[in-house]
Design a protein around this ligand. Structure first.
Ligand code: GLC
Length: 429
């Protein structure tokens, strides 16, 4: 054996989360929602008001959408046709980091450089047009404090973004200045929404009874439609920043990842669940197993490849594991390491399911659960093996007989369509 079996069992067990622990997470999450809504000290959920309601489905016209927040930036021209119908008229996508060429997300990059790059992409999407007037909706996928649909200031970067000079700023002002520098005064940013909100708006445009929007990708976060049953506030979509939820059973590996991250102590749920961290989590556990310091640098895509390997000798997983560690493993060991990778992924899916159960119970209160939809987007949900299955299974466990009333829908077009809808919704007022 290339590693000690007892040590392996102990490490793998660190990622186990039984049904009882899962129920506790759902309950604690629900309690934290209440505390966060009331602005109580000790709440870990930010519960940010988005100042967006749900779309009427009558929204129509042509709008620009900027989707900014993951590894790629996209700018689109979208024609809304009403009744859930729309057409993408043009689309430009570029990565925020091109190794050896540019990197707009590191601490060496400035706000100006980053927003000039965004303006350039928008310019491409409108093919240099300086005549037509465009309203732009901006999906900005970071925690922002809003006072209305336009004014959103970045509270703090997440997902290891570190660009200087953006935190504390009104992001649409930064964008407006960058547009002005290029002479693009015909483009007017009118709305900023979180990507979870975009997913919810996009799904609700097409499907009634959708109240929850969620991203399960580089980051992990969820929003929902809060109706304030006590009448204390106007109903609005709340960006929970649920990746910041902090009442969780952390393993030693979670603590290691947190300590070496850009923002220690923050985004603890995200660091256990999202694509930005899952590969590293596995790499950290593997390093411990092989009695090495630090973490082997696995990406979440490589983690997917390891668990997807169905060959009897697990040679695909083996090649990946051997390339990173410089060690060789026999088929039995590769299978065990594959199971460790699976444990990391399954825990992630179960935690995310527990947050959904918490939200659903918060929304329904003592009332019977109405038929409803959760709109979900993101590469982890869509592409990572085991995730969709275990998410659904855990939700079924937590909701028991009510589970049949809740359906999960994949909302792929969310970020862009939602931004266009948000822009259109400012016009309707
Ligand atoms: C991070 C961001 C959040 C975003 C999520 C998904 O959690 O803080 O705003 O929604 O990533 O992109």
């Amino acid at each position: 054996m290339g590693f000690d079996r007892e040590r392996y069992d102990r490490i793998k067990a660190a990622f186990a989360l039984d049904d009882e622990a899962l129920r506790k997470i759902a309950d604690d999450f629900r309690a934290d929602m209440r505390a966060g809504l009331a602005g109580e000290d000790g709440a870990t959920l930010r519960m940010l008001r988005s100042y967006a309601g749900l779309p009427s489905s009558r929204e129509n016209g042509s709008f620009l959408a900027l989707d900014f927040g993951g590894t790629n930036v996209r700018a689109l021209r979208i024609l809304l046709k009403g009744n859930g119908d729309y057409e993408v008229l043009s689309k430009v996508a570029k990565p925020l980091t091109l190794p050896g060429v540019y990197d707009y997300v590191s601490a060496d990059a400035t706000a100006e450089e980053m927003f000039d790059f965004l303006a350039e992409i928008i310019d491409e999407a409108i093919e240099g047009n300086r005549m037509t007037k465009y309203l732009l909706g901006h999906t900005f996928s970071f925690p922002s404090q809003q006072t209305d649909l336009y004014n959103a200031s970045l509270i703090v970067w997440t997902k290891e973004f570190a660009t200087k000079g953006v935190e504390g700023k009104i992001v649409n002002d930064l964008l407006k200045d960058a547009l002005a520098r290029r002479g693009m005064t015909n483009v007017t940013p009118v709305a900023v929404i979180n990507d979870t909100v975009a997913v919810l708006l996009a799904a609700a445009y097409r499907q009634e009874h959708t109240y929850i929007g969620s991203i399960y990708a580089t980051g992990q976060n969820t929003c929902y439609y809060e109706e304030f049953a006590d009448g204390s506030e106007t109903a609005t979509v709340i960006n929970m920043e649920s990746g910041g939820f902090g009442h969780l059973p952390f393993s030693v590996y979670d603590d290691i990842i947190d300590a070496s991250s850009e923002q220690p102590g923050a985004q603890r749920l995200e660091k256990m669940t999202s694509g930005r961290y899952l590969g590293t989590l596995f790499g950290t556990a593997l390093a411990d197993l092989l009695e090495q310091d630090g973490a082997y640098p696995f990406t979440s895509i490589e983690l997917s490849e390891i668990v997807a390997d169905a060959y009897l000798d697990r040679h695909v997983a083996g090649a990946l594991l051997e390339a990173k560690t410089g060690m060789t493993f026999n088929a039995a060991e590769r299978t065990l390491l594959q199971e460790l990778a699976a444990a990391v992924i399954i825990r992630s899916a179960r935690i995310v399911a527990a947050t959904y159960a918490g939200i659903i119970r918060h929304r329904s209160g003592e009332n019977p659960l109405e038929n409803q939809y959760i709109a979900l987007d993101g590469s982890v949900y869509e592409k990572m093996p085991l995730v969709a299955h275990h998410l659904r299974a855990a939700l079924d466990t937590l909701l028991e007989n009510d589970a049949v009333n809740v359906q999960i829908i994949l909302e792929n077009a969310g970020s862009a369509l939602g931004a266009a809808l948000a822009a259109a919704m400012t016009e309707a007022k």
